[in-house]
Design a protein around this ligand. Structure first.
Ligand SMILES: [Zn+2]
Length: 182
């Protein structure tokens, strides 16, 4: 597998999706609960690397590491941490059509290695192109999710906009109705 070095939007999106599978984001419900979960998550993101029995714990560990980076968005901390995540990389190369820089995954790598490299490239790309202030906690009061904002204006507020954004809208709507009834 190769990860285009300028494709930080895709890579940071996978990092955000990964951290938001954690039980703390779902009121205790683990969204990567069993051995099949890392493979399912990888397939969802079109990654073809094989899964090993140790991948579940390794992916959970990776998720904790990435979450810690998003929660402590100090520039140096992000760069050091994300660089470490790229250790499954083999070499820097060009994509097949030689239009873009890319980094390839070392041979024999697993799903965890692929995800680690992707998260590393995504975080470094966002720090470089958009800045450390793009790493944030979800703005919904009841949500413990976090995200990396890769939108152009940088005004994203929720970890899962369809879910948390809607919840906030519904709560605001109810509050308005209640005020009107008083
Ligand atoms: Zn949220």
């Amino acid at each position: 597998m190769q990860v285009a070095l300028d494709d930080y939007v895709w890579a940071a999106g996978i990092a955000t999706d990964l951290v938001n599978t954690a039980p703390e984001v779902w009121h205790g419900e683990e969204h990567l609960p069993d051995l099949a979960s890392p493979a399912t998550f990888a397939k969802l993101h079109s990654l073809a690397e094989p899964t090993q029995a140790t991948d579940l714990r390794a992916v959970h560990r990776l998720r904790t590491t990435v979450r810690d980076l998003i929660d402590h968005p100090d520039r140096e901390h992000l760069i050091t941490g994300a660089s470490a995540l790229t250790s499954p990389a083999a070499h820097v190369t060009l994509l097949a059509d030689s239009s873009r820089w890319a980094v390839s995954l070392r041979s024999g790598a697993t799903v965890t290695d692929a995800l680690s490299l992707i998260c590393g490239v995504g975080i470094l790309g966002v720090v470089q192109a958009l800045g450390a202030e793009r790493f944030r906690a979800c703005g919904a009061p009841t949500c413990r999710g976090a995200f990396i904002d890769t939108t152009r204006p940088g005004r994203r507020r929720y970890c899962m906009p369809g879910l948390c954004g809607n919840r906030v809208n519904v709560a605001n709507h109810r509050a308005r109705l209640k005020r009107r009834d008083l």
